[in-house]
Design a protein around this ligand. Structure first.
Ligand SMILES: [Zn+2]
Length: 126
């Protein structure tokens, strides 16, 4: 099954530009998204979208459980005394944004509580 990039963007709570950028950089980003040509257009493979959603939720869950010395984004990497590996706060922001824009109300409430504890300004994400 295939869906358009715009549909995938909407499902992930991303802008059309952001998903196009992710797809252009498939080899250098951690995205699970995969595309294929279908009916003459590059489209997103639905199974890969499910994987991407799962990855985003898993990262937030990891971030909620990050131990001292682990990157606060949920990537499970070790840090050298910083909360995040450089740039990883933005990775977490993207995952939080997906949940805030598309998640179940209970998930959204959990993310808001987590953001408050972590000092993340979610108004910039919504
Ligand atoms: Zn990280």
């Amino acid at each position: 099954m295939f869906i358009t990039k715009a549909q995938a963007a909407k499902r992930l709570g991303m802008s059309d530009q952001a998903i196009s950028s992710s797809i252009r950089n498939l080899s250098t980003t951690e995205t699970k998204l995969q595309t294929a040509y279908h009916n003459g257009k590059e489209q997103v493979i639905v199974f890969s979208l499910i994987e991407e959603i799962a990855q985003r939720y898993q990262r937030v869950a990891n971030a909620m459980n990050a131990k001292p010395g682990e990157c606060g984004c949920g990537c499970l990497s070790k840090t050298e005394g910083t909360v995040y590996i450089q740039g990883h706060d933005q990775k977490l922001d993207g995952c939080l944004q997906t949940i805030l824009r598309t998640g179940h109300e209970i998930d959204k409430d959990s993310v808001k509580s987590f953001a408050m504890i972590r000092g993340i300004d979610i108004t910039k994400l919504q």
